[in-house]
Design a protein. Structure first.
Length: 170
């Protein structure tokens, strides 16, 4: 019984290693819109929390733009899990206040309401996505994820590629 369990465990770990080897190796650099920033020191609270998060290589939160520039390894932590790490950060004001992180994507082909809707529809089809906000004037969109899901930035970019829209994190 014990031997069988070991055999299963080693088979599983082999599969995990294989999956990691076949995925991307360069770190993702992405901008997240950060919600719940109450005062400038909140930026350091979120930065410190991300710095302690496994797979996050660097994080800079900007008070003026309420956004974060985050570098992370998606073999270790996916784009959705980075959002969860922001949301799990205890708020410095306590109480019912919460931080949130929504991933921003640059989609140059988003020029108006119609192209924005194409992008939004392609993404909201994915079960991991809670909400998409489109900003035609800056050719960007932000993606709010459901909690506890696993989706990489490449999977989001692929979903947009399938409807003919080139996208990237920035
Ligand atoms: Cu604060």
């Amino acid at each position: 019984m014990r031997l069988l369990a070991l055999a299963i465990a080693s088979a599983l770990s082999f599969n995990v290693t294989y999956a990691e080897d076949s995925s991307q190796t360069t770190p993702t650099v992405a901008t997240y819109a950060i919600g719940g920033l109450h005062c400038p020191p909140c930026t350091r609270t979120v930065e410190a929390s991300l710095a302690r998060t496994k797979g996050v290589k660097s994080a800079k939160v900007d008070w003026a733009t309420k956004s974060a520039h985050i570098q992370f390894d998606e073999n270790v932590i996916t784009a959705t899990q980075v959002s969860d790490a922001v949301a799990r950060t205890p708020h410095m004001m306590g109480g019912g206040m919460r931080y949130s992180g929504t991933l921003a994507l640059s989609v140059p082909a988003i020029q108006d309401k119609a192209t924005g809707k194409t992008a939004s529809d392609a993404l909201t089809k994915l079960p991991e996505i809670a909400k998409v906000n489109v900003f035609p004037s800056t050719h960007t969109l932000t993606v709010q994820f459901k909690e506890g899901v696993k989706l990489t930035s490449s999977q989001l970019i692929d979903a947009l590629d399938q409807v003919g829209l080139k996208a990237k994190t920035y």
